[in-house]
Design a protein around this ligand. Sequence first.
Ligand code: NAD
Length: 472
Amino acid sequence: MEARYEMLVNGKMTGGSRSLDVINPATAEVFATCACASREEMEVAVTAAAAAFPAWSATSLDERRAVLIKMAEAIETNLDSLARTLTSEQGKPIGDAQGEVGGAAYFLRYYAGLEIPVETIEDSDARRIELHRRPLGVVAAIVPWNFPVLTAVNKIGAALLTGNTAVVKPAATTPLATLQFASLIKDFVPAGVVNIVTDNNDLGDVLTGHPLVRKVSFTGSTNTGMKVMSSGSATLKRMTLELGGNDSGIVLDDCDPEVVSQQLFDSAFANNGQVCIALKRLYVHDSQYDAICEKLAEIARAAIVGSGLQQGTQLGPVQNRTQYNKLKSLIEETRKDGNIIAGGDSPDGPGYFINPTIVRDIADDARLVTDEQFGPVLPVMRYTDVGDVIARANNTSYGLGNSVWSSSVEKAGAVASQLDSGSVWINKHGDIGPDTPFAGAKMSGVGIEMGMHGLLEFTQAKVVNYAKAANV
Ligand code: NAD
């Protein structure tokens, strides 16, 4: 077993009064333990972040930029080791883990390059009105298990650049790479400015209800998001909630099945389908339905499923036992709802593996279609009328993303304009980046992350209104 990972509280790596066993989903065995906080220890971290806020918020933007750049350098120098930890706890193929960790450094460099704008609302003979942006205070950053490093670092970058301090809480099944990151930054981030504290999926409410926390930046499921919002209401916390999704893809009648199918497969099965913006429901025009189903099944059967540390693995295990069991029962239920034409089973041996599964001839009211599956199982539905399929795609309480696929960008654009989601992609799915605002419509979220719009959610607007004539 590897060394015990510790938490970062008030500038020091510290053990907790509890500990957490972390399972490698490729073996289903514990491979490391880490510190785990009690409620009181989580409170200590919040207090440390609050105490650090006055000095940190008084630093210049350039000083804060320099800290973000140092964080990016620390990640880049330790990229391979962080990626190995990430694959061991999360399951994703090592190349994808390197991509996630490298992406985290890239996000930090992006934030470090931003200005915090002062907007002039009016500049007339009578008055000058400016809109300034002030930091809020302590930010609680609550993170899920699918992209633990990138999600945590994205929140840290935006929070710190705008002058806030942060308490970061990883998911209980994927804390290690984030704690490793903590140990890399502890010597140059001022004490209390970033605290990284682990729980056993039981201390989120300490953060969301704490009077010293001024903003919650939460990424996770819609159900938990609702609890977060209610818990923060007594102190009217600012909230950014990035929640679940059930993204559709609509394939118009003019695509080449040979060309489009690989892209559709990748959009649905990246990170083993455990992506908020994975393609989760695919609607294909009647004229190409059979050909695309067959091609998707062919790709699925050929996919290499295995340990993320093994060379050549394309799809790793599902991240945790709860999610694995949920998917297995969903697949069993799907046997009566549709035709499974690839996968539906697990390879022999230990670990939370599920072969990539393609389901056809399934109705829109089957649970695999109505619920967020969050795993390597894709339902493919048939349609004939474009107006009808738009209504079917919109018939969900989720609204994270959708995509339209067509050889005519104009035709696709006309469909895209009628889809009710925070993002819509044409001839691709799930393309996001630090400079692109990311929002959920309906029950998929509140507010915006990333880009300048996302950055400003970490600030309080403050209007400064001057009389021009000094008649006092
Ligand atoms: P989850 O909601 O169970 O957990 C997310 C985080 O919330 C974890 O750190 C968990 O410990 C914490 N938490 C649990 N109960 C809490 C409470 N009462 N108060 C505060 N925090 C609490 O989600 P998950 O299973 O870890 O992640 C999968 C879900 O996340 C999927 O629904 C997925 O779509 C969603 N997700 C959304 C985005 C996005 O940007 N929209 C990105 C990634 C994942």
